[in-house]
Design a protein around this ligand. Structure first.
Ligand SMILES: NC(=O)c1ccc[n+]([C@@H]2O[C@H](COP(=O)([O-])OP(=O)(O)OC[C@H]3O[C@@H](n4cnc5c(N)ncnc54)[C@H](O)[C@@H]3O)[C@@H](O)[C@H]2O)c1
Length: 269
């Protein structure tokens, strides 16, 4: 790994207390990036930031961020700039899922998922872009906004429809955002993990048993690997971090409006 590949990049990451957000943060910092970690789980982001600062390459700060609050998104951007001097990249990673069969989707389930995954993403994109626009061109490289999509940005399953709607929204904001923001030297891309063993999926696995999709806990990931994933295994955050880092690096400068699948060949288009 090149410890300087992301040197000079100041990156805000939402939902960075655990899972892929935390793994990416540590990986980016190991390549020289400074990272601002926001999450509703403040103890969690503080612990990740402490690990990064102890490791001693890129620096980290951590703060409370509920992505459904415009003010807290703006505060996270402001903290990034105050600490590191500017913001170059914003990674919209915070996300939640609670499965429901179609006829059992209620307003609470819809609102909770859409508010965090879709509205929270829009607010984060806007507040990051507002600062990037104010900074103006800083070097030869574009600013970057990255949205985390999913396999269900490209298809839908019967038991996670609000989540799928939110991840289609992530794709719509990549495509529309790319067209809207290039005039300000900002690219918008994203990546779409498949089945990733994180706390999110551990909870999903339990919830899928509760709604009757699986008989026993621990079946869902293996079942999907066996029946739907070309590479016949589910993934871990380490499988995702390389593509995420590439999208933060100068090597992806001539890309915008793209959602890259990282799913072991689950969805091919
Ligand atoms: N795990 C998977 O299989 C999978 C697959 C495809 C996409 N994704 C997406 O990847 C992203 C990361 O998922 P993960 O699996 O690492 O999940 P995770 O549950 O391990 O981490 C998500 C983080 O988001 C935080 N969060 C929740 N609500 C928030 C809010 N309102 N404001 C700020 N932070 C909030 C949580 O506290 C948590 O730290 C999410 O967008 C998720 O939808 C996950």
């Amino acid at each position: 790994m090149d410890p300087k590949r992301l040197a000079g990049k100041n990156i805000m990451i939402t939902g960075a207390a655990q899972g892929m957000g935390a793994t990416n943060a540590e990986y980016f910092a190991a390549q020289g990036a400074n990272v601002c970690l926001g999450d509703v789980n403040v103890d969690g982001v503080n612990a990740v930031a402490a690990r990064i600062n102890e490791a001693g390459n890129g620096k980290a700060i951590a703060l409370k961020l509920d992505v459904t609050s415009r003010k807290e998104n703006a505060d996270a951007v402001a903290a990034t700039v105050e600490e590191f001097g500017s913001i170059n990249i914003a990674l919209m990673n915070a996300g939640v899922n609670t499965p429901r069969m179609f006829m059992d989707i209620d307003e609470d389930n819809w609102d909770m998922i859409m508010n965090i995954n879709a509205k929270g993403m829009l607010l984060g994109m806007q507040e990051a872009a507002r600062q990037m626009i104010a900074q103006g061109p800083m070097d030869d490289h574009p600013y970057k906004i990255l949205n985390v999509g999913s396999i269900v940005s490209r298809t839908a399953f019967l038991d996670v429809i609000p989540y799928s709607c939110s991840k289609y929204a992530a794709l719509a904001m990549i495509i529309g955002g790319a067209k809207a923001l290039w005039q300000h030297n900002i690219t918008v891309n994203g990546y779409a993990p498949g089945v990733v063993r994180t706390e999110l999926w551990e909870q999903l696995d339990k919830d899928l048993v509760e709604i009757g999709m699986f008989e026993k806990e621990g079946q869902s990931m293996d079942h999907l690997a066996e029946t739907m994933i070309t590479m016949k295994r589910y993934s871990y955050p380490d499988d995702v971090k390389g593509t995420a880092a590439f999208l933060c690096s100068d090597e992806s400068d001539y890309m915008t409006g793209q959602l890259i699948m990282i799913d072991g060949g689950m969805i091919m288009q």
